[in-house]
Design a protein around this ligand. Structure first.
Ligand code: F6P
Length: 523
């Protein structure tokens, strides 16, 4: 069954939200906290090792109630049920959307075209496990009899960003293998990577769902040519494997059939890290840790599918995003993790979110007259405090932010972690509450600078009232990272449902590819 087509702006809830927005848009966060001393605990959700505090947003309990009325009117419940059960909700590509099935460890069947997909998923997971063990243990030998030391993942978009971000984020858990990622068609990057490789001990994973992507095919050919300078075509099978749904093209490239891990058309590229696309993850941190990542995602899936909407982390995050995007007319959303390990997280989310919800035609095929996907960007704290935070604190734009922090560090360097987290809390406080003229006055006086009062006062005032949501997670583990990624996947899904768009196609990237080919043929 297809998704329903309901224009959100024509719902009763939208009309109520519009007038409610007029009522509260100018109220300062300070007022909200003054009027409700329980605000921080009321406007927060705890689930396992996750605590989300959304009290520093320009909302009231009524805002949330109305936003929930909105998702009820567009029948989010029905959409979630269709999403998890394999209905053809990617209508424009005539496909189901089943990345959640990849991490579903229950015995429930999921039927597509009269076939249960679960046995196939476990089969591929077994292959990933066996292969990972052979490479990690050193049992798999290269063409001169040496074990593998380096893995090169060749892919782009969803065939790169997810695994790359996860391998980077979980480097604390990694083994002796060195993992490289090559995505850009820029030959200079390949040349730099090649300098670090020995053909005798390198394994290349060509990851391409379609096996037609120009960047990936060009890069793979360059690596193959480099490899064949030292080895023979008969050695390719020991050094090149593929993850693809296009077996014909992958074998034509020279990859042995038994070295091809399958992908399915019901897994979108940007949601595919849970499939064999995550092979580089399993190789880098071991299959058991890869399974923990899947488990974490599954736990978030269960929370999303079963928790009441007002206590549902992905739903509430999605609704807060809609509130700023469609009522405050904010154009962007900043994702700010306080962990160097997550320095690729906003890059990853850019594709997941912007390729999904950057759409302007609704599910009725009509041009939309309201805003859809926000521009996602961000970087890690505390670095970004010394880069772009000035604009968020004192600039003219209203930018909602999501701060992600961890209670414990992995290194155990508590002095650093205390300072890191002090900055985390300080930023959200400064954004929300700012600094008044009186406070600046007192400050200058205290610092014996009262003589500079007239010249400096206006510049030192912070208006505050800048929204932030904080997600506090106990510790960065494969499990909690799985939960975190799944949270955003479902947030993207909920927003697409409300905006009445198809989130799982990406026709918008086609034109550039076509034109690039035309230019290439002219050269
Ligand atoms: O950028 C468009 C896109 O189709 C993405 O959706 C996808 O993740 C990426 O290209 C790579 O595609 P493939 O895995 O087929 O090489």
């Amino acid at each position: 069954m297809a998704l329903k087509n309901i224009n959100p702006t024509k719902t009763k809830a939208w009309q109520k939200l519009t007038s409610h927005f007029d009522d509260i848009k100018d109220i300062h966060l300070k007022e909200f906290f003054k009027n409700n001393t329980n605000r921080a605990s009321e406007l927060s959700i705890t689930f396992d090792d996750f605590k989300i505090d959304y009290s520093k947003n320009r909302i009231t309990n009524e805002t949330l109630d109305l936003l929930i009325e909105l998702v009820n009117e567009v029948d989010l419940k029905d959409a979630i049920q269709k999403y998890f059960s394999g209905d053809i909700i990617n209508t424009t590509e005539n496909r189901a959307v089943l990345h959640t099935a990849l991490r579903d460890s229950s015995s429930n069947k999921i039927i597509i075209n009269n076939t249960d997909v679960k046995p196939e998923i476990s089969l591929v997971l077994n292959e990933v496990e066996l292969f990972s063990e052979k490479i990690i243990s050193g049992e798999w030998k290269g063409f001169t009899g040496k074990s593998i030391t380096d893995i090169v993942n060749i892919g782009i978009g969803g065939s790169d960003l997810g695994p790359n971000m996860v391998v980077n984020a979980l480097q604390h858990y990694k083994n002796h293998l060195t993992t490289h990622f090559v995505s850009n068609i820029d030959g200079d990057h390949i040349s730099e990577i090649i300098k670090k490789l020995n053909p005798e001990t390198t394994l290349f994973i060509v990851v391409s769902k379609t096996f037609t992507t120009q960047e990936t095919l060009t890069n793979s050919t360059t690596f193959k040519e480099w490899f064949l300078k030292s080895a023979t075509p008969n050695d390719i099978f020991k050094h090149f494997v593929a993850v693809s749904s296009n077996i014909t093209k992958a074998t034509e490239f020279g990859i042995n059939k038994e070295n091809i891990f399958p992908m399915w058309n019901w897994v979108g590229g940007r949601f595919s890290l849970w499939s064999a696309v995550g092979l580089s993850i399993s190789l880098s941190i071991g299959f058991q840790n890869f399974k923990k990542l899947l488990k974490g995602a599954e736990e978030m899936d269960m929370h999303f599918a079963s928790a009441d909407f007002n206590k549902n982390i992905p739903v509430v995050s999605a609704l807060i995003g809609i509130w700023y995007n469609n009522f405050f007319n904010c154009e962007t959303e900043a994702i700010l993790p306080y962990s160097q390990y997550l320095n690729m997280f906003s890059d990853y989310l850019q594709q997941a979110s912007m390729e999904s919800n950057g759409k302007s035609v609704d599910r009725n095929g009509e041009k939309i007259d309201y805003q859809t996907g926000a521009i996602i960007w961000g970087n890690v704290g505390s670095n970004m405090q010394h880069a772009f935070m000035q604009l968020l604190h004192q600039g003219t734009k209203l930018i909602p932010t999501e701060f992600i922090g961890f209670e414990e560090s992995l290194s155990g360097l508590t002095v650093h972690h205390k300072k890191l987290m002090a900055n985390f809390y300080a930023q959200t406080e400064a954004l929300a509450f700012g600094k008044t003229e009186e406070e600046v006055h007192l400050d200058l006086k205290f610092n014996h600078q009262s003589n500079k009062l007239t010249s400096l006062l206006p510049y030192k005032v912070f208006d505050g009232n800048k929204p932030s949501t904080t997600l506090l997670i106990k510790k960065l583990t494969p499990n909690s990272l799985g939960k975190l990624i799944a949270t955003y996947e479902h947030k993207i899904f909920v927003q697409g449902i409300v905006w009445n768009i198809f989130s799982f196609d990406q026709f918008g990237v086609e034109l550039g590819k076509e034109l690039a080919n035309k230019h290439l043929n002219k050269q």
